[in-house]
Design a binder for this molecule. Structure first.
Ligand SMILES: [Zn+2]
Length: 262
């Protein structure tokens, strides 16, 4: 009896210490909520983030039905001149803009983004990043992207969510391409409430004051790819570009997973 209890507590300790090491290695915030949510995924198998219904094979992010129904964005056809590029006027000189999927209301990709952001499923971000890297492997090679920069979350939101979804997307892209990810370049200094309903100029002004440059180390003359999960008006990215574009000879391109349809 005593031996059994001893072995059980030893195993439990081993599991817990491995989990803590994993979380620390991921540089992710740990708290009781994230622990419970992680445990949930151990007990219940991953479901497809597009439809939340079918048991999901480990090797693919989406089930076959969702894969067939997801709409790719056409922005990759002409990355220098498309609807996404036109969100940025001359004040924000960008090289290219590409999105992976076109997002319609109540679509599978919209459901997937909600799961990624609000249901503690950072692995969806990594999976989406890998799908992006596969779809845009030629683009990433030809444009000689030196560095991936995720749009940062405000510290409080990061602590609440436990991870930055854009950083998870970057990790996925980096895992297949080897392009480094920089999370030390820009910081979000201001919490911005939902931008819906605000005027375009008000939204832009609020975003311009929301970011600061932390370090420009290694970015002189570099071509960076700024990554966000969804781009609607481009205001968030403009805030980031505003603090990056004064770095000497920097080239900036932008990318997202989902671009809402017009
Ligand atoms: Zn599905």
């Amino acid at each position: 009896m005593f031996m059994g209890t001893f072995i059980f507590s030893l195993l439990l300790n081993l599991c817990l210490s491995s989990y803590v090491t994993y979380r620390l290695a991921q540089k992710e915030r740990m708290n009781f909520t994230t622990l419970l949510k992680d445990l949930r995924h151990v007990v219940f198998p991953m479901v497809c983030p597009g439809c939340a219904r079918y048991p999901q094979a480990q090797s693919t992010l989406f089930c076959k039905k969702c894969q067939d129904e997801l709409s790719y964005s056409h922005t990759g056809l002409v990355p220098t001149k498309n609807r996404m590029v036109s969100l940025f006027d001359d004040q924000y000189a960008i090289e290219h803009a590409v999105a992976l999927y076109a997002m319609d209301t109540d679509s599978r990709i919209e459901h997937c983004i909600r799961e990624l952001k609000y249901n503690h499923r950072p692995e969806i971000g990594v999976g989406l990043g890998q799908l992006f890297a596969q779809r845009y492997q030629d683009f990433l090679r030809k444009t000689n992207i030196d560095c991936l920069i995720p749009v940062p979350l405000h510290k409080e939101k990061f602590i609440f969510r436990g991870y930055n979804q854009s950083n998870e997307i970057c990790k996925g892209i980096s895992s297949l391409t080897g392009i480094p990810v920089s999370t030390d370049t820009i910081a979000r200094t201001k919490k911005t409430k939902t931008q819906t309903g605000k005027s375009k100029s008000h939204r832009l002004l609020s975003m311009n004051q929301a970011f600061k440059l932390k370090s420009e180390k290694g970015l002189t003359g570099a071509h960076i790819l700024l990554i966000d999960d969804v781009i609607t008006t481009g205001a968030t990215l403009k805030g980031c570009i505003g603090v990056l574009q004064n770095i000497e000879n920097i080239k900036i391109s932008v990318a997202c997973i989902a671009l809402p349809v017009e």
